[in-house]
Design a protein around this ligand. Sequence first.
Ligand SMILES: [Zn+2]
Length: 227
Amino acid sequence: MAQKDETRGELVVFSLVKSAVCTECGLELEPHDFMKLEDQKPLCMDCADLGALLYLPSGNTALTRRARLHSKLSPIVLRFSRTRKRYERQGVLVEAAALEQAEIDCAADEGERAEARKKAAVSREKLDVKFVTGFAEAVAKRYPGCPNDQAQLIAEHACQKHSGRVGRSAAAKQFESNAVDLAVRAHIRHVHTRYDDLLQKGWDRNEARSKVISEVDKVAAKWQSGK
Ligand SMILES: [Zn+2]
């Protein structure tokens, strides 16, 4: 396997024109759903490790620029125009916290900033509190060394994923140790390693994962031991 260079250009996802099926989980993707191509095969956003990102349509240049600046991952969204017969840029996907920060940055005066902060707080409140608390407790039990604020973030992300998948997996299953391990490891990969930077540079998931796996193991072991 050839050594890949780290500058392969920008990460791109597609807004679907036709329906497709995720090659990894079998999820049916409908027109306008997002899809990443890996080895010419479609992947849903969750399988591509881009499931936590929010869509920011083109239009507000300052907001887009600031959100991308704050976001480690910011794939461009392209969509094929049948009339113009070419791919056109629709917007970008960014991390929720990055978009929140960018909205606050863009609010011109202090009054507007307070309003933007309030809006962000309200959208966080929409999370299922019972689920988040339960999941955070499950994380703390298995990973006593995991800092509280990070257990909270892990739980909030699991909750977003869970609510997007109602009917696909039973809620009770979400608290099993395997689900907790997966969520914790995904968080470590995302926050404590260069994984997202590598994805942004166009590495494929498997290569990027094996590059950071020892770092993930190290942090997970530390959290598990409680030291
Ligand atoms: Zn999938």
